[in-house]
Design a protein around this ligand. Structure first.
Ligand SMILES: NC(=O)c1ccc[n+]([C@@H]2O[C@H](COP(=O)([O-])OP(=O)(O)OC[C@H]3O[C@@H](n4cnc5c(N)ncnc54)[C@H](OP(=O)(O)O)[C@@H]3O)[C@@H](O)[C@H]2O)c1
Length: 261
């Protein structure tokens, strides 16, 4: 049984992604959120099981997946005390080290995962790091679970801040670019629908094409000498887009470090 604590954006995305992938059935998921309204839309579509409280969820689950906000961890961990060594705890809490969870929960297997919102549509990227008491079989279980939601990769825990900035926040950077394109199109007289569609198709095509060719190579191929794309890219390069983006990523990484314990 997969127990999920927290049915917010990420908890719901994981459930939706897993059920869509058919990796797991609704009957194999046990859900708990302190506010039942959070999962009402999920349970109205899927016959998910819900627990009455955290101790009940822990006792009935083999894997306990923590999907609450980092600031809510204390209450949740307190209610999980006494969790047996045979359970596997998976945490997606940004900035919370496995060592902290082990200190609160005891010598139990813990895996820390940094997914991104792409998991909702099977296009996620999830980095994971083992804790001190994680067995190879536990790690395999987590890798297999998240592989149903997109790509997975194991990473040293000290790099978690870095992948949080790059990958956890990654989709937001592309959303921003899509927003800019669509806003400009709309302001220039293109319908709202076509503006959004155009931005989406550009992003989708770019992502699909980079599966077989590196991004830089593709960009060079569509940037003809003295053409329209070159005119735009020259403006961006002159404005220092690479440096600006580098600073943005550094800020995200520093913030992730600040939020870490
Ligand atoms: N959003 C992302 O793109 C992203 C990416 C990677 C990792 N993460 C991590 O994913 C985690 C969840 O983020 P989110 O955006 O899904 O947060 P969210 O939408 O706020 O969802 C968290 C849910 O947990 C519930 N909750 C809080 N305390 C609880 C308790 N004691 N018992 C049961 N349920 C409780 C919250 O209820 P209330 O609404 O009542 O507080 C809320 O429904 C965070 O730790 C975040 O760092 C997020």
């Amino acid at each position: 049984m997969l127990g999920i604590i927290g049915a917010g954006k990420m908890g719901s995305a994981i459930i939706t992604g897993l059920l869509k992938s058919k990796a797991i059935t609704a009957g194999e998921i046990l859900l708990y959120d302190r506010d039942p309204r959070q999962y009402a839309s999920l349970t109205s579509v899927y016959p998910l099981k819900t627990a009455r409280n955290i101790p009940e969820l822990v006792s009935l689950s083999d894997i306990c997946l923590l999907a609450v906000k980092p600031q809510d961890k204390e209450n949740v961990l307190k209610e999980m005390s006494g969790i047996g060594k045979r359970k596997l705890v998976v945490s997606i809490l940004a900035g919370i080290p496995t060592g902290y969870l082990e200190q609160k929960l005891g010598k139990i297997p813990v895996v820390r995962v940094m997914p991104n919102i792409g998991i909702k549509v099977g296009a996620g990227m999830s980095f994971y790091s083992p804790g001190r008491f994680t067995r190879p079989a536990d790690l395999k279980k987590v890798a297999r679970l998240f592989a149903n939601l997109g790509e997975v990769s194991v990473i040293a825990e000290e790099k978690m801040d870095l992948v949080t900035a790059l990958s956890g926040s990654g989709p937001a950077y592309f959303f921003l670019l899509m927003e800019i394109l669509a806003e400009y199109a709309q302001k220039s007289g293109i319908s709202k629908n076509d503006s959004a569609k155009m931005a989406r198709q550009s992003a989708l095509a770019s992502a699909l094409l980079t599966k077989s060719e590196p991004a830089g190579q593709l960009r060079a191929a569509v940037t003809s000498k003295s053409g329209t794309t070159e005119a735009a890219i020259l403006v961006l390069e002159k404005a220092g887009i690479r440096k600006m983006f580098g600073s943005a990523l550094k800020a995200a990484r520093n913030r992730a470090r600040e939020l870490s314990l």
